[in-house]
Each structure stands twice: as structure tokens, then as C-alpha cells.
Design a protein around this ligand. Structure first.
Ligand SMILES: Cc1cc2nc3c(=O)[nH]c(=O)nc-3n(C[C@H](O)[C@H](O)[C@H](O)COP(=O)(O)OP(=O)(O)OC[C@H]3O[C@@H](n4cnc5c(N)ncnc54)[C@H](O)[C@@H]3O)c2cc1C
Length: 445
């Protein structure tokens, strides 16, 4: 393939990894990123002067693609690996569910229920033919394996926590992918899974990655929002920014959510546009809360009680050394919502009042005077939902407009949204681009 110029729209981990691979093969690469920093969903922000991830992030020992990149950036040796605990909040009580003994003691489920739940997870972790699961609604599959009672008590609340009412559209492949990720460590021969973080958070990762890209000659433009991608008469492609600046390229890769990407490129065929627009996304409202004291010490607390206004409690400081947070505790309160949810219109103050009142009810030792800072991130399109027969309907990464590619996390068709699988997607997609082949959406192993 002759050396070409590529524009990459989006400077998240996907756009940056694509840039790294393409520039490594000698192409001229320019990244346009709308935000003022690199990193997208994994980028850092400041909370009371403390710089940490805007959304909670954890790395698994088995995240081999991410760890290879961390190694390239000379950061893997700095990773801290920790065993964490998991909690469940159910019937107004908090339970630890961090090992098999605690699982067996877990009061809300009968012995048979626990057995069926455990058997479902063990079975799912062994399923290899995930495509078969794409045609089965997740509710049907889990009810058949775990029974109605366990589905109602455990699975439905957990599915709702991630997908809201959209869980009704999801296939069994959605939950299979989550379980497969949980069990990846064991599959790869490690005895147990540990959670890891990089001191300094993802902000440090992106600073170092940005330096590497610049040293490869990649042009990085921050605060640069693309508004139009269109073909020129000579076959090259025009990228127009909201600032009015126009640049020409041989190829353009959009790493933005599918419906946003196709709006930027009116030349995309109608058939393809319909497919891109039909991909359903789930959004997130995620509060970062800096506290004087810990809540309960679980990295994740799964919430079964439906009155709680957020969908999990993530105590980052149960994983990350509190020194990273100036001696304080960092807690995330995420709420996964439909992109049209009315909560997107609420102010930080309204959300703060609702969320902090719930913490008061849940944790008797918590006082609102413990809250040092409260900041809300809102993203309407985060996660493409694995609907029925998802991979069959997924548009190819090469679009109907020559030279224009839409490559985004919706192409992770048999996985979950995480940095490791995003890097894997970028590695597969860039290899295909470098071979200059037209291939359908990649199938990860
Ligand atoms: C709440 C939450 C928790 C998570 N937890 C974990 C975890 O524990 N572990 C893990 O591995 N992963 C986790 N993830 C997933 C991880 O953050 C994503 O997989 C990854 O960041 C996706 O990267 P991306 O480049 O595909 O997309 P994005 O990060 O969304 O990048 C797209 C970029 O495009 C930019 N953009 C949008 N429109 C334009 C435009 N018109 N012009 C130019 N630029 C534009 C955006 O600003 C953005 O930077 C989590 C995500 C969330 C939201």
C-alpha cells in the first residue's frame, strides 16, 4: 500500500491506537479530537484539584492487548495489582460476596437458587459458540438456566443496572461477554483475577501515548470538532471542522458513535445510514464523589434494590491507594440510561441532592458533610447494546464512500466495552486497512 494521509476523528484509545499502527507503517496521520484533552471516555479530569479518570477504570491481569501497549509505553511495570472485594445491596442490607464461602452464605437466595446461579455462570464461562446466543433474548436464556426466581431477584436488577429497560432488546451474548471477561484470567492459566491501576490514572497513560504518537510524526489537534466529511472530485476526502478549517486526506476514519459518524458524512448510502442509525446505544450519567471517609470498602457494590437512583457504587479508593486522592476517598455513582433520559437535563446540583440523599439511606455512617467534591459526567452514547442477531446486522467498517471508514466500539460484537478490547479492535482494523482489504466487521477471539 502506497503511503497515504489519514484523518482520524476522535482521540480516544481507539483513534490513538489506530494512529499508532498506521503511523508505524509509515502513513501520515492526523487526529482531530473535539475535547481539550486526549482519551475520550477514559480521559482524566480534575476533582478538587485531583486529576483522575472521569469514569471509573480498572485493568485486568488478563488484558493482554492493553498490557502490551502499557509495556510499549514503559508503564506496565508500574501497574499496581490488588485483590478487591465485591458487595451486594439488597433488601436494604449490604452483603459481602467476595468469595465462595460468602456466596454460600448469601441470605437472599435459597440454596437451590445459589446452585443454579453458580451453575449458570460456570456454564456461560465455558460456552465457545457465542454466535448461537445472539438469537436468544437474554431474559429467556437466563430464566432457562437460573430459574424464574433467581432471574427476578438477581439477573433482572443486574441487567437493568447496565441497560435499563433496554435489557429487553439484548441477546444472551451480552451477559455471556461479561462472564467471559470475568473468567478470562482463569482461561489464560492465571489462578485468580486481580484488578490493576496505573498510579496517576489514565491521564498519565494518555500523556505518554500522546508523546509517543507525536514522536512518530502524528499531528494531534485538540479542541477540533469535525462537522463534515465529504468526497472531493479528485477522489480525496475533505474534513471540515466547526472552526471552518478544511483539510484534505486520502482516507478518513471516524471512531465516533455510529449515528454521529454517519451524520458527519451525508454521502453515505441510505441503506448503510439506516443500519448505522439502528444501532441502539446506552448512555451514562456518572458522578465522581470525593469523600473524607470510605463507604464500605467494596470496589463494586451491585445494587439490587430498585429505589436507589444510581446503578452501582464504585469505591475507587478500595482499589487505588488513597495517597493518589490526597488522602481522601474517590467514589463513582454511575447511572446507565437511555440516550433520551430526562436526567440528562438535570443540573449537577439536582443530581447531587438525589444521589447524596440515597447514600445517607444506604450507609448509616455516611454524612453529607463527608462530601468534599461532586462532579457529573454525562455521555449520551457510550455502549452499543448487543441486540438480537447483532453481528449479522453490523455494517462493515469500510463505508459506501470510498476511503471513509467508521470504526468504533460497536464493532466489538462479541465482547464488552473496555479498553483492552478497544485496542484489540484497533489492532485488527489497522491490519485490515494496511492490507487494503474490504472485510466485514472483525471477529475477535
Ligand atoms: C463509566 C465507564 C466505565 C468504564 N470502565 C472501564 C473499565 O473499568 N475498564 C476498561 O477497560 N474500560 C472501561 N470503560 C470503557 C472505556 O472507557 C472505553 O472502552 C474506551 O475509552 C473507548 O474508547 P474509544 O476511543 O472507542 O471511544 P471514545 O473514548 O468515546 O472516543 C471517541 C472520541 O471522539 C471524540 N469526538 C466525538 N465527536 C467528535 C467530532 N465530531 N470531532 C472530533 N472528535 C470527536 C470524543 O471527544 C472522544 O474523545 C468504561 C467506560 C465508561 C463510560
Amino acid at each position: 500500500m502506497e503511503k497515504q494521509s489519514f484523518a482520524i476523528l476522535g482521540g480516544g484509545v481507539l483513534g490513538m491506537t489506530l494512529a499508532y499502527r498506521l503511523a508505524g507503517a509509515g502513513h501520515r496521520v492526523t487526529i482531530f479530537e473535539a475535547a481539550s484533552e486526549l482519551g475520550g471516555l477514559a480521559s482524566a479530569w480534575k476533582l478538587n484539584g485531583i486529576s483522575w479518570d472521569r469514569h471509573y477504570h480498572v485493568t485486568l491481569l488478563s488484558d493482554s492487548h492493553l498490557r502490551d501497549l502499557l509495556d510499549t509505553l514503559k508503564l506496565d511495570s508500574e501497574m499496581k495489582w490488588v485483590e478487591t472485594r465485591t458487595g451486594f445491596y439488597m433488601g436494604g442490607k449490604l452483603y459481602s460476596m467476595s468469595n465462595s464461602v460468602e456466596f454460600l452464605k448469601f441470605p437472599p437466595l435459597s440454596l437451590i437458587g445459589k446452585f443454579r446461579l453458580g451453575a449458570t455462570i460456570a456454564y456461560a464461562s465455558r460456552v465457545k459458540d457465542w454466535k448461537r446466543l445472539e438469537s436468544i433474548p437474554v431474559e429467556d436464556w437466563l430464566t432457562r438456566l437460573s430459574g424464574k426466581s433467581v432471574f427476578e431477584k438477581m439477573w433482572r436488577p443486574l441487567l437493568r443496572a447496565k441497560l435499563g429497560e433496554n435489557y429487553q432488546h439484548a441477546s444472551a451474548a451480552f451477559i455471556w461477554a461479561i462472564i467471559a471477561r470475568m473468567y478470562a484470567a482463569r482461561r489464560s492459566g492465571l489462578k485468580k483475577e486481580m484488578f490493576g491501576y496505573l498510579p496517576g490514572g489514565y491521564g498519565r497513560f494518555f500523556d505518554r501515548f500522546g508523546e509517543l504518537l507525536r514522536s512518530q510524526g502524528v499531528e494531534i489537534h485538540l479542541n477540533s470538532t469535525a462537522r463534515l466529511v465529504s468526497p472531493n472530485d479528485d477522489g480525496s476526502l475533505k474534513v471540515e471542522l466547526t472552526s471552518g478549517e478544511i483539510r484534505d486526506f486520502d482516507q478518513v476514519i471516524m471512531t465516533l458513535p455510529s449515528s454521529v459518524a454517519c451524520d458527519l458524512c451525508p454521502a453515505i448510502s441510505e441503506n448503510e445510514r439506516n443500519k448505522l442509525k439502528s444501532i441502539r446505544y446506552q448512555g451514562i450519567i456518572c458522578a465522581s464523589v470525593l469523600l473524607k471517609n470510605p463507604l464500605a470498602g467494596y470496589y463494586v457494590t451491585n445494587l439490587i434494590d430498585s429505589w436507589v437512583p444510581f446503578t452501582a457504587v464504585i469505591e475507587m479508593s478500595a482499589l487505588v491507594d488513597r495517597e493518589q486522592f490526597g488522602g481522601h476517598c474517590l467514589v463513582y455513582l454511575p447511572k446507565y440510561v437511555d440516550p433520551t433520559d430526562a436526567m440528562f437535563e438535570q443540573s449537577d446540583e439536582q443530581i447531587r441532592e438525589t444521589f447524596v440523599s440515597a447514600l445517607e439511606k444506604m450507609y448509616p455512617a455516611f454524612a453529607r458533610s463527608d462530601v468534599l467534591a461532586f462532579q457529573v459526567s454525562r455521555v449520551r452514547r457510550v455502549l452499543a447494546i448487543s441486540t438480537l442477531n447483532y453481528s449479522e446486522n453490523l455494517p462493515t467498517m469500510k463505508t459506501s464512500v470510498p476511503g471513509v471508514h467508521i470504526i468504533n466500539s460497536a464493532h466489538i460484537s462479541n465482547g464488552t466495552l473496555n479498553v483492552n478490547e478497544t485496542i484489540q479492535l484497533a489492532n485488527i482494523a489497522s491490519a485490515q486497512l494496511l492490507k487494503n482489504r474490504t472485510t466485514p466487521a472483525p471477529r475477535q477471539t
